[in-house]
Write a protein that binds this ligand. Structure first.
Ligand code: FER
Length: 398
C-alpha cells in the first residue's frame, strides 16, 4: 500500500510538473542583443547550419526600399559572422545614439525575430524585436523608477458607427486616489495602427510617466482611439477572431471617424474626471491620425485648444465625398478665428508627406494663422513620432 501511495504521489508530481513546467526550459542560453556600456550593440543567433545570417533594423544606415508609395530609405542590413560554436555574431562598429531601435534577423533569406529577445512589437502586420540604447531622450522611453499611470482598455458605444469600440486610456499616477479633474489629450494612430499603437510602438505611457515625474508635463488623461471606423478594436481583440492586420480597411479616411468623434469625447467626459472644456482638450495624431486631428479640430472648432499634426496626411484622396472635407479653408478660418492655444506641425524632411505639409503651411502662412513648426530628419517612422510626442506633451495645458 505504501509503495502504491508513493507511486501515486510520484505520478501526480510528474503530471503536475509536466503542466506547470512546460515553459521552464525555454530560457535562452545566449544574450542577444547585448547593449554594451560604450553603447555598441552585439547581436547573436545560434544557427550552426545556416549559410547566411543578417540583421536588419533602423540602427543601421538606411538602404533604398520599394513601397506602394514609391522608393524610400528603409532599414539597412549587416552580415553576422559564425564562430566555431555555430553562433553567429555582429557588433556595431561604433556606438549607437540613444534611441529605441527595432530589428529582425534574416536567416537564409527568411525574416525572423530574435529567439533570445522576448521584447517584440507589432507594426501593422510586421513583428520586430526592440532594444533601447539608454541616455538623453531615449530615457523617456524606458520604464523608470517613477510613479506610474494606469493603462486601461475600455469599450465605448458608437451609435454612428453602429458598434462598441475599444479605447486605450492612460490615467496619470494618483488618478485612482485623487478627487482632481484632469485635462484630456486625444492621441491618434496612423493607417494600419489601432488603439494599441501609441502605447506599444509609441511608448506613450512611459513618456507620460517620465515627463509628468520630471514636472515637464501636467498630469493628464490620454485617450488612444481606434481610428479605423470599420473596426471595433485591434486585430485579435474582437469576435471576428485572429484576423491578419491590414491597411486596406473599409471607411478609411472617408469622414466616418471624424463624424463619430464627439461620441468618444462624450464618453470620456461622462466616465472620467475630466475638465470638460476646450482649454483642457488636446488632439494629435500621426499620419492618418494627423489627418484625423486636422479635420476633427476644424469640424468642431470649440472642442480642442491644442492640435498636433505629426507627419500628417492633409487632404482626402481624390473622389472621397464627405461633408467633413467640404469648405476646407472656410472651416480653417472659423477654427483660427477662435485662436487655438497651439497648432503644432511636425514632420521629417524625408517623409513622403513633406510636400503636402509644405503646401498646407503655405495656406496657413498666407492667412497669417499662427502655428509652430518642428522639422526633423528621417521619414515616416516611429522614431520621429516618439520624438514629436515628447516635444508636444510639455506644451499642453499651460
Ligand atoms: C495618403 C497619404 C497618407 C493616404 C494615407 C496616408 C490613403 C496615411 C498614411 C499613414 O497613416 O501612415 O494619400 O491615402
Amino acid at each position: 500500500m505504501k509503495k502504491f501511495l508513493a507511486l501515486l504521489a510520484l505520478l501526480m508530481f510528474v503530471s503536475i510538473s509536466a503542466i506547470a513546467q512546460q515553459a521552464l526550459w525555454g530560457v535562452p542560453t545566449i544574450i542577444s542583443p547585448e547593449v554594451h556600456k560604450d553603447k555598441t550593440v552585439t547581436f547573436r543567433l545560434n544557427a550552426p547550419n545556416a549559410d547566411l545570417v543578417q540583421v536588419t533594423g533602423d540602427f543601421l544606415p538606411t538602404e533604398k526600399i520599394k513601397t506602394p508609395f514609391g522608393e524610400f530609405d528603409g532599414p539597412g542590413y549587416a552580415d553576422l559572422k559564425k564562430n566555431d560554436k555555430g553562433i553567429w555574431e555582429y557588433t556595431t562598429p561604433s556606438p549607437l545614439a540613444p534611441e529605441l531601435y527595432s530589428y529582425t534577423f534574416v536567416v537564409d533569406s527568411l525574416k525572423m525575430t530574435d529567439p533570445s529577445n522576448i521584447y517584440q512589437i507589432r507594426d501593422v502586420a510586421s513583428v520586430t524585436n526592440i532594444f533601447i540604447v539608454p541616455g538623453e531622450r531615449a530615457d523617456l522611453y524606458s520604464v523608470n523608477n517613477v510613479p506610474h499611470g494606469t493603462l486601461s482598455k475600455i469599450w465605448y458605444n458608437s451609435p454612428s458607427l453602429g458598434m462598441n469600440r475599444r479605447l486605450t486610456v492612460y490615467t496619470p499616477a494618483g488618478y485612482e486616489d485623487s478627487k482632481e479633474s484632469y485635462p484630456v489629450f486625444y492621441l491618434l494612430h496612423g493607417m494600419g495602427g489601432d488603439e494599441n499603437a501609441w502605447s506599444e510602438l509609441g511608448r506613450a505611457a512611459q513618456i507620460l510617466d517620465n515627463l509628468i515625474a520630471q514636472e515637464k508635463a501636467k498630469p493628464m488623461i490620454v485617450v488612444m482611439t481606434n481610428g479605423n471606423a470599420s473596426q471595433e478594436a485591434a486585430p485579435g481583440e474582437t469576435s471576428a477572431g485572429l484576423l491578419p492586420p491590414t491597411t486596406q480597411l473599409p471607411k478609411t479616411m472617408d469622414g466616418s471617424f471624424e463624424t463619430s468623434f464627439p461620441e468618444v469625447v462624450d464618453f470620456i467626459d461622462s466616465h472620467y474626471r475630466t475638465i470638460p472644456q476646450k482649454s483642457a482638450r488636446a488632439i494629435a495624431g500621426l499620419s492618418m491620425g494627423g489627418f484625423h486631428s486636422l479635420h476633427i479640430s476644424k469640424e468642431y472648432p470649440d472642442m480642442f485648444d491644442y492640435v498636433g499634426l505629426f507627419s500628417a496626411a492633409i487632404m482626402p484622396n481624390q473622389g472621397v465625398q464627405s461633408p467633413i472635407y467640404s469648405d476646407f479653408e472656410g472651416k480653417l478660418k472659423k477654427q483660427f478665428d477662435k485662436k487655438p492655444a497651439l497648432y503644432w506641425i511636425a514632420i521629417g524632411n524625408k517623409d513622403f508627406l513633406y510636400d503636402a505639409n509644405n503646401q498646407f503651411r503655405k495656406i496657413l502662412d498666407s492667412n497669417n494663422y499662427p502655428y509652430e513648426y518642428f522639422e526633423t530628419g528621417d521619414g515616416h517612422i516611429w522614431k520621429n513620432w516618439r520624438i514629436y510626442l515628447t516635444e508636444f506633451i510639455p506644451k499642453l495645458f499651460k
